[in-house]
Design a protein around this ligand. Structure first.
Ligand SMILES: Cc1cc2nc3c(=O)[nH]c(=O)nc-3n(C[C@H](O)[C@H](O)[C@H](O)COP(=O)(O)O)c2cc1C
Ligand code: SF4
Ligand code: SF4
Length: 348
């Protein structure tokens, strides 16, 4: 039986936080001493002192078939502990199609941190993907209340049964982990591309509409300090994890993931004479280095483009009519938002 439990969590919209709370509740019912620790804005890693059999858990969302960079960094820096039991719980984009609960896809969200922890000497006690309602409101509308309630109730029951096993010191791997493993491995290149390009792209398509009253809540609650208020308007930095917290907690629903801005970036990049630029670059370097040089140049050009176009739009939207255009052409303006049931901005 576990005597001490420490759960570290990162959560954009409260799904991973809810899972962490349910685990803590279960632990406390069993008399297990437990800590639930947020890794938002972490600088130092706090590992509470513990006596007796210890279990450490990491709860976090799946992002781009991988895990958020902040959680990966945290696990990288986590002090090694020989033979200490750990579990990984990644919340995923669950959905409900009529009566069928469709699972999300983990990709390398568990495999990569599990490998790091194994190398550090930890013992993997459980890998547990949890299909909470998808929070990715910049690509689809949030689900309605009854769908969310059905998914959350199902997940709660799954977490209770997970706790029954792992808190009693048993190993537990959801069969879904093994069934999906070939697909998850095949998705590793996409996870890499999301890591190199996708997350920076999504970070740069947020805008604040004229409804923003500069209350600063988004800046105060961002887990990665990626928002700066400039001239009474939020500006998104590249360090944004696209966790969807700011867009979902803004009291005036002023934040939009701008689909028109995304389209502008796509159109401009398709006009760039990239092939010609790479040819010129390659004429200066040996043949064997052409492929890595192309990749690095492509990456640098893309990031510069995301930064420049979104920066230009940031200044242009000070003009009301331009702001109205970009807001009105953002699908998020018309979509339902998402925050896990029972989670409030003060919980972050
Ligand atoms: C940028 C982004 C990327 C995502 N990528 C995936 C994914 O690859 N696979 C998946 O199953 N869910 C994906 N999701 C959905 C979230 O993992 C899921 O909704 C999670 O439960 C959110 O947890 P949180 O509220 O604790 O942040 C993504 C969400 C976002 C915002
Ligand atoms: S939370 Fe909303 S209203 Fe407040 S500063 Fe951010 S965007 Fe503006
Ligand atoms: S800026 Fe918004 S989406 Fe990005 S990390 Fe901060 S809260 Fe999350």
């Amino acid at each position: 039986m576990v005597e001490n439990l420490t759960v570290y969590y990162f959560s954009g919209t409260g799904n991973a936080l809810s899972a962490g709370r349910w685990i803590k509740e279960n632990a406390e019912k069993k008399g297990v001493k437990s800590d639930l620790i947020s890794i938002d804005r972490f600088k130092k890693i706090h590992v509470p002192a513990a006596a007796g059999k210890r279990l450490i858990g990491f709860c976090y969302p799946t992002h781009g078939f991988s895990l958020p960079w902040i959680m990966l960094k945290f696990i990288f820096r986590f002090p090694a502990r020989e033979r200490c039991d750990v579990f990984l719980l990644n919340t995923r984009a669950g959905s409900k199609i009529f009566k069928w609960f469709a699972p999300g896809v983990s990709g390398i969200a568990q495999m990569l941190p599990a490998l790091i922890l194994l190398i550090k000497g930890f013992k993997i006690q459980s890998l547990f993907p949890l299909d909470m309602p998808s929070n990715w409101v910049s690509v689809h509308p949030g689900y309605n209340q009854s769908t969310v309630a059905a998914m959350v109730t199902r997940c709660r029951a799954m977490v209770d049964s997970f706790c029954e096993k792992v808190l009693n010191g048993r190993r537990h791997f959801r069969p879904n982990v093994f069934v999906m493993m070939p697909i998850d491995i095949a998705l590793a290149p996409i996870a890499f591309m999301y890591f190199m390009y996708g997350r920076f792209f999504f970070a740069k398509v947020f805008i604040a509409s004229t409804d923003c009253d500069a209350c600063n809540l988004c800046e105060q609650k961002c887990p990665t300090t990626s928002i700066r208020i400039i001239n009474k308007r939020p500006f998104w930095k590249f360090s944004c994890e696209s966790c969807m917290r700011c867009i979902n907690i803004c009291p005036r629903q002023a934040i939009q993931a701008s689909h028109s801005l995304a389209a502008v970036i796509a159109v401009i990049s398709s006009f760039l004479p990239l092939a010609l630029m790479l040819k010129v670059l390659n004429s200066y370097i040996p043949l064997s280095l052409h492929r890595p040089a192309d990749f690095i140049a492509n990456w640098g050009i893309s990031l510069t483009l995301f930064f420049t176009v979104s920066g230009a739009v940031f200044w242009l939207i000070r003009l009301q009519w331009i702001n109205r255009f970009f807001s009105a052409t953002s699908l998020t303006k018309y979509w339902r938002r998402y925050i896990a049931p029972g989670i409030k901005p003060k919980d972050y």
